[in-house]
Design a protein around this ligand. Structure first.
Ligand code: CU
Length: 432
């Protein structure tokens, strides 16, 4: 992508072949390791606004838009979905991208983490639908909450452009604000978001890497370490109306006013699948775990995002949740007043995000828990407190929007769980 003042025709290679990519977090296979390589020069001032000295290099990512299927406990048939899928390398030909990715999604869309002040080029390639080739739907990316200066990169098709089948478009972002955001397709968005075209994107603050209050990783540029954390988990909450998905697969109309969800998911999985590890072989299109494997005394960040259409009241019985950020905003008032709060229930409306910290307690063998292949642990459940959201299509037993925090015994056979190399990292031994 270029915003150079001289008009010229852009080739696809101009758009795509701009250096190495930031690998998506939890994107699957070996790609799980986050590596921020950027382009060699680093300097990538595009719009005439100088970047601060020492800013991170530009980041190049590419995602495919297509359809696929996910698996839900309590339901025999795979559920038809739309979604995004990371394409690597970013300059792969459209023919190869279609060959490798058409009909396969990642649900939710890849978790994207970028550093504050890095320019982000996020190319969307529309591969078309495998199951519904009769549909010629376009797709877009809307970075929800991003202070865009121009509608062209905002992804709202009515006031901008959309990407038709067989075409690509690079979205460009000058990443200036830190915090937890989300992104989703905005084309026929009631349908496309429900069908799975949504994900979490977050911006790491420039303060990261400095030492404040005993931490080197922070949610925001807080100046005092109050948002510092040891371990982070990005959790996307959705509810699914399976009938609408079945209708789409079988070429039937939907009445969206009849919206009646029957599955509730975190990162595209319903409990107990939520606690399977990343890239579990039984869930090929749902690679992202929600299991939180932690050590005693660690401060843990949960980036909670709701892109369903219901409000989610979330509780973590036994642990206090401290809300330090709402909708990508540090909770500070005029004069720096601390507006963070501690809650037993955190309410998240549709399209909202919360940055929540908790401190893991000591391991106590007398408290509820179990032993997995990593070692003995205490179990705490993060769950929707609405009983209706704790079922898988009405099947018996606990399901839906539930996941686990496992606080391990540091003197267990494998010792403490290692430091995270990326958000949502899991370690052998977790799982349903
Ligand atoms: Cu779409």
């Amino acid at each position: 992508m270029t915003l150079e003042p001289t008009p010229r025709k852009l080739s696809r290679r101009d758009l795509l072949n701009r250096g190495a990519a930031l690998t998506f977090l939890a994107a699957g296979g070996a790609a799980l390791t986050e590596r921020l390589t950027g382009n060699a020069s680093g300097a990538h001032d595009v719009g005439g606004v100088p970047l601060p000295p020492g800013h991170p290099p530009a980041v190049y990512l590419r995602i495919a838009a297509t359809d696929g299927h996910i698996l839900l406990p309590g339901r025999d048939a795979p559920l038809y979905v739309f979604g995004f899928n990371p394409i690597e390398p970013v300059d792969m030909s459209m023919a190869q991208a279609i060959e490798e990715n058409k009909g396969l999604v990642k649900n939710p869309a890849p978790i994207i983490g970028v550093d504050q002040y890095a320019d982000l080029y996020l190319t969307v390639s529309n591969l078309g639908f495998q199951v519904r080739p009769d549909l010629d739907d376009s797709h877009t990316v809307h970075w929800h909450g991003f202070p865009n200066q121009n509608a062209i990169f905002d992804g709202v098709p009515e006031v901008s452009i959309a990407v038709p089948p067989g075409r690509s478009f690079p979205y460009f972002y000058r990443v200036r604000r830190e915090g937890t955001f989300m992104y989703h397709c905005h084309f026929e968005d009631t349908e496309h978001v429900q069908m799975g075209m949504d994900g979490i994107i977050y911006v790491r603050p420039a303060q990261n890497g400095t030492s404040l209050g005993g931490y080197t990783k922070f949610v925001y540029n807080d100046g005092d370490g109050s948002t510092g954390y040891d371990r982070e988990f990005a959790l996307l909450f959705n509810e699914l109306w399976s009938l609408a998905h079945d209708h789409l697969e079988s070429i039937q109309e939907n009445l969206w006013t009849d919206y009646k969800p029957d599955f509730w998911v975190i990162n595209g999985r319903a409990y107990p699948d939520t606690i399977k590890l990343n890239n579990d072989a039984s869930l090929p299109e749902q690679p992202t775990s929600s299991l939180m494997q932690v050590n005693p005394d660690e401060r843990v960040l949960m980036r909670l995002v709701n892109l369903g259409y219901e409000q989610d009241p979330l509780e973590l019985p036994g642990l206090d949740m401290k809300v330090v950020g709402e909708d990508a905003t540090l909770l500070r008032g005029p004069g720096g007043a601390d507006l963070s709060y501690t809650a037993r229930i955190v309410y998240i409306g549709p399209g909202e995000a919360r940055d929540v910290l908790f401190t893991a307690p000591s391991y106590d063998a007398s408290k509820p828990g179990d032993t997995d292949a990593w070692g003995p642990y205490n179990r705490y459940l993060l769950r929707n407190r609405n009983y209706q959201a704790l079922t898988n299509g009405g099947a018996a037993g606990l399901g839906g929007q539930v996941t686990e925090v496992r606080v391990y015994d540091p003197s267990g056979p494998n010792g403490p769980v290692p430091e995270q190399a990326m958000a949502n990292e899991t370690y052998p031994g977790g799982g349903a």
